[in-house]
Design a protein. Structure first.
Length: 164
């Protein structure tokens, strides 16, 4: 399944995307607000990505976005269950070249539509660190509302929620 937006093509994550994603992970500040991806080895990243490809075989939840005209990696997107909690959440991890240009809004809007219309989810969540101002602005712009604080292994995170 592919999803076309105004500027991008969203496709399921595949091993052919790994090299481009690894380059994105090396960018300064790329994973600042994604603690599981901070300062890891190449082997860790490859295993992490391979796990996402495997998960896609049962429930499509991990994508890459590439420019329509350039095929350049814009970033990765997700709509997946958060740690076996039953909470389905969205996320985006974009290459720095695409920050502050409206790509997350454009791409996540399509992923939200997929979640509600194709997967028939009742709720979709946004999960973030309380001090991640950019993500908070994005999630509110997309139409989510604050839902609750959540203790994630000793660190508080904020959950935002949108209903179908």
């Amino acid at each position: 399944m592919q999803i076309k937006t105004k500027r991008a093509l969203i496709s399921p994550l595949s091993e052919s995307d790994f090299d481009d994603i690894l380059e994105m992970y090396k960018e300064p500040d790329s994973s600042t607000f994604i603690p599981p991806l901070l300062n890891k080895t190449k082997e860790y990243y490859l295993n992490f990505l391979a796990g996402k490809v495997e998960t896609n075989k049962t429930t499509l939840g991990f994508w890459v976005a590439r420019g329509l005209s350039t095929n350049t990696l814009i970033g990765t997107l997700n709509l997946n269950e958060f740690k076996d909690t039953g909470i389905n959440h969205i996320g985006s991890h974009l290459s720095i070249k695409f920050w502050n240009k409206g790509y997350s809004t454009e791409l996540l809007t399509s992923i939200i539509e997929y979640g509600f219309n194709t997967r028939n989810l009742e709720y979709i969540h946004g999960i973030m660190s309380p001090n991640h101002i950019v993500s908070k602005k994005l999630i509110l712009k997309l139409g989510f509302s604050f839902y609750q604080e959540y203790d994630n292994e000793g660190s508080m995170i904020h959950l935002y929620r949108m209903s179908k």
